[in-house]
Design a protein around this ligand. Structure first.
Ligand SMILES: O=P(O)(O)OC[C@H]1O[C@H](OP(=O)(O)OP(=O)(O)O)[C@H](O)[C@@H]1O
Ligand SMILES: Nc1nc2[nH]cnc2c(=O)[nH]1
Ligand SMILES: [Mg+2]
Length: 173
């Protein structure tokens, strides 16, 4: 989201996230049939951890690795992208090297910067995200829902219940 101001909010609740992550698993099951399956999952921390758990359960994948990337240091503003931990050789070479047979999972692609770096490390892997914005979309092999570039997605783990003032008290203005 670095150069476009996020004007619209897209809040996602746990039930919806579970449904969308399952929809991703259904699509990936089709991909797996066509491509010979996935032997391992690499989840992009931290956001990729949650959909990775759901997809791993649905596709019965038990070899799971993380790639630890940090870039959004402040809320909504992307800084320098740092890979804090790469992928172990056992997973990167699970089917002949360069990420062949590996499924990479993240919660979303926005500008595509994170996906570009991760794909560079595992060029033969399949990259999946639950949500995609237009700039990041060319970097993803499989996703479920596209939102506009000026939308900020609020995940259930980032939200909590809070009091809402009644509309007549000015909240609608
Ligand atoms: O396409 P991009 O513009 O690179 O943005 C997408 C990345 O941003 C978020 O991660 P973030 O860096 O905020 O860290 P987190 O997963 O630890 O929350 C999200 O989980 C993606 O990994
Ligand atoms: N939660 C959240 N993190 C992001 N990182 C980059 N874009 C987004 C977004 O829309 N929502
Ligand atoms: Mg992330």
């Amino acid at each position: 989201m670095s150069d476009v101001r996020a004007e619209k909010a897209f809040p996602v609740y746990w039930e919806q996230f579970h449904r969308d992550a399952r929809a991703l698993a259904w699509r990936l099951a089709g991909e797996a049939r066509a491509s010979g399956g996935f032997d391992a999952i690499v989840c992009v921390t931290r956001g990729g951890l949650v959909p990775a758990a759901i997809v791993a359960r649905e596709l019965d994948i038990r070899l799971i690795e993380t790639i630890c990337v940090a870039s959004y240091h402040d809320y909504k503003s992307q800084g320098e992208l740092a890979v804090l931990k790469g992928v172990c050789d056992r997973v990167a070479n699970v089917r002949g090297g360069e990420g062949a047979g590996v499924l990479i999972i993240d919660d979303l692609v926005d500008t595509g910067s994170t996906a570009r770096v991760v794909r560079g490390l595992l060029p033969k892997a399949h990259f999946a995200a639950v949500y995609a914005k237009p700039k990041g979309r060319p970097l993803v092999d499989t996703f479920v829902t596209e939102v506009s570039q000026d939308t900020w997605i609020y995940f259930p783990w980032d939200m909590g219940l809070s009091f809402q003032p009644p509309i007549r008290e000015g909240a609608a203005g």
